[in-house]
Design a protein around this ligand. Sequence first.
Ligand code: ADP
Length: 394
Amino acid sequence: MIILSVNAGSSSLKFTGFEMPSEDVLISGIFERIGIDGSFYTIKLNGEKTKKTVDLSDHKVAFEILIKELVDNKIVSSLDEIKGVGHRIVQGGSYFSKTEIATDDVVDKIDELSSLAPLHNPAAIVGINAAKAVMPNALQTVVFDTAFHQTMKEEEFMYAVPYAWYKEYKIRKYGAHGTSHKYVSQRMNEILGRNDTKLITCHIGNGASISAVKNGECVDTSMGLTPNAGLIMGTRCGDMDATVVTYAMEKTGMSPKEMDNVLNKQSGLLGISGVSGDSRDIEEGIKSGNERCILAQNMYVKRIVEYIAKYYVLLGGCDAIIFTAGVGENSAMTRKQVLDKLSILGVKIDDEANNVRGVEQKITADDSKIPAYIIPTNEELMIAKDTYSLILQG
Ligand code: ADP
């Protein structure tokens, strides 16, 4: 059967079509500038990428074109071969701890949570409604970035602010990247051949988060109410004294919205280096001796190490450290700097094994007390797998 994994943004729609249960990717691509002049889509089929300019007035039109591509390319002979559509949802609040069928009640709750993810949840609902209209016979499911983290205990997810804020405004830690942390921790358990494991999963991309995962369940994670918490990221500041915000607002006269923009889009590696939020540019800067790039990278690595150390203690040990996402999968330099700083825990990098990009592999020496692995993430597949199991459950 065919399952589509989709990620709808306000003006975009990313998709991957899987044959299940073989997990073969049949088609993937993205529709861009939906509802805006100059819309187009890029599609990857049989290893070949093509870009087509079309008028995309809304997400429904995008799904219709996708179906036409599937039929024209003989991936399906009729619409009914698409049995499921899994939608990525950024914020599931405390309501959702697993993938659900997108019933009206579920969609209402996603809508209710929009204030916690104003850019993402409303866009996802547009995607769900469009997919339902175009593929009424497919099972529509919703896969939450926050669901994997719902196993966190109160003492992990509460903030030490007035308790009423939690009750009244739902202010607590929800985490993010849950689908990725779940995918790589499941894969790690497959590699290790057991499920009773203590894992530290490092999803280091432009956005970045680390989770402590015990026996397949999340114990703690570094992102918070929003993805701004925890690690230093490409353009996000991560953890800091909260008073920096109020103090800087008084000094600069910025509004909450302006401050939010600075903390999310102008901070992190970009803010410190003044060069870029992209790790590749920081690495280039370091090579040419740029002091602020060096400072940014040192702070970036230090924060990752601090979280790993903290989670090592929280878990009472660690069976494996996993690196994934853009930087985690591709930056040998960042992985090496992190692992070298963990030598006190008996971690020993294998420099040759580490000198790779985007492949699944162990990167520590055989006598390293904790093994570290690169496991390329695959959130799309995780979404398709969850959707597939809901279909099997009938
Ligand atoms: P997102 O959070 O947007 O999903 P990704 O996981 O795709 O991010 O990661 C994108 C980031 O990965 C880029 O901004 C860049 O910093 C980093 N990256 C990609 N390739 C490399 C590389 N070869 N070396 C270092 N960093 C890389």
